[in-house]
Ligand binder design. Sequence first.
Ligand code: ACM
Length: 547
Amino acid sequence: MKPISYNKIGIAYFVVWIFLLPACNKTGENPQAQTVNVHGIIPLPLNIQLANGNLTIDKNTVLVTNSQFQTAIGVVDDALSTVSNSAILKKDSPVGKTNISFIADNTMDTSAYQISISDSGIIVKSKSKTGAYYAAQSLRQMIWNSTLGVKAESFTLKMMTIKDQPKYDWRGFHLDVSRHFFTKEYILKLIDWLAYYKFNKLQLHLTDDQGWRVEIDQFPLLTEIGAWRAYNNWDSACMERARTDPDFTIDPRFIKEADGRKIYGGFYTKQDIREIIAYASAHYIDVVPEIDMPGHMSAAIRAYPQLSCVDSAGWGTEFSYPICPCKPEVLDFSYKVWDEIADLFPSKIVHIGCDEVENGTWASSPGCQAFMLEHGMTVPREIQNFFVRKLQEHLEAKGKTVIAWDDAIDGKINNKITMMYWRDWVKDSPQRCAENGNSIILTPWSHFYLSSPSNDENLQKLYTYNPVDLLPAVVINKVEGMQGCVWTEEIPSEAAFEKHVFPAIMALSEVCWTPARDWYSFQQRMKSHFNYMNAQNIHYRQPAWAN
Ligand code: ACM
């Protein structure tokens, strides 16, 4: 989807803001920020019209259940029962004065919703279950933030009308479970948090040099051997850091003894993955699998050394030895792995990696030299183009669409691959992708990588990221969305993960959703989320300005 351009509402908003700036008081408050601080919704809805008055929710409130939007109604029901001492009535049809009703409106866009809170109750309108679900998440936040999660006989919501829809179709979160592992149960918790902030894609980076994390029936050694490793330098750095900060203690559930030494690892069974996918789907989130090929494959090569050109895992100047696409059995292996992944993950879109491939082992391999001669190739880089094309054809024949990291644009690719732009030091890469006709998802390293220690400065830098200021129009027209990426070399525990990700995830959600952002308003709204994070036992970092 192309981004919604700054519409009239956005422009009006900006004009009002400019004129109100002089009214800011000494503490930096501005009246516009007050108007948007409505029960702290994050991401900020597209448009909010405040009315006068408050609606009381109490034992006379009726949640109307006769609707096609049962999941959304369930979300609101749960939120109400957490904070309300008096049972909220559930009825088939509107009764009395304060009804909460979900109504279909076919004139709206698929992900859009409207919430009207007036003295006749709450009316939610949407065309689709997705829109209704986003409305329910907004209501859930409003309910939580207005009660601070404390049970009461009644509480009030401000009267207003919200009209909302996302700026981008792709609002993603990427988790590397290879460098350090996270349990299935924890991924389910993460899905809850992602849904709360209206993300719709969870990319799981399931394989890398440091561990293969998903069962593949035809290649059992991928998990028997490839899911385990001796401690590496990153682990040692974490252990060193854990001396003064226990958050960096390596999660002991993933350490075991083998042959008298400690090894680290873990993997998801296919059943685990099915449960993750089903849970995510119930939260309107697609799980996008990434099997990173042809580089970053040491874990697989340790299990099956013949996958590399030199029949062993090893390290080049900067990156690990890749698999050897010149061998027909390696292509066959890749197809078979992807056949199982494609069957397991219903997501139409899958990520094939393609980042940081060091092809020295290809260049020096007699087999690859013969292969290049046979295929009329002049440089080893073309072997990667060949591999990407073959994998793409194979996956497209199975009805899948392919994403790759933007390193792939350095070779010859067709325009059907979506490019994930992470190398923001390669300034011309997005333009080359766009001119080649590829869609783009923005994950620029210096803004969207949540794996660097979080601080107030990078939080604001993420929040104020505006692609229009940084990228030419030809690129902007191809942007499908954005994604935050968590790489876990230095994140060995749930506590460390949360400290890196919260509250940045809120800034990320707003960058993905809201066209007209306001840092001051965001700061105010974020404060009301600390209570929620406390209730969820999230180990967040509190910004200095929030004290
Ligand atoms: C990447 O960070 N290597 C995609």
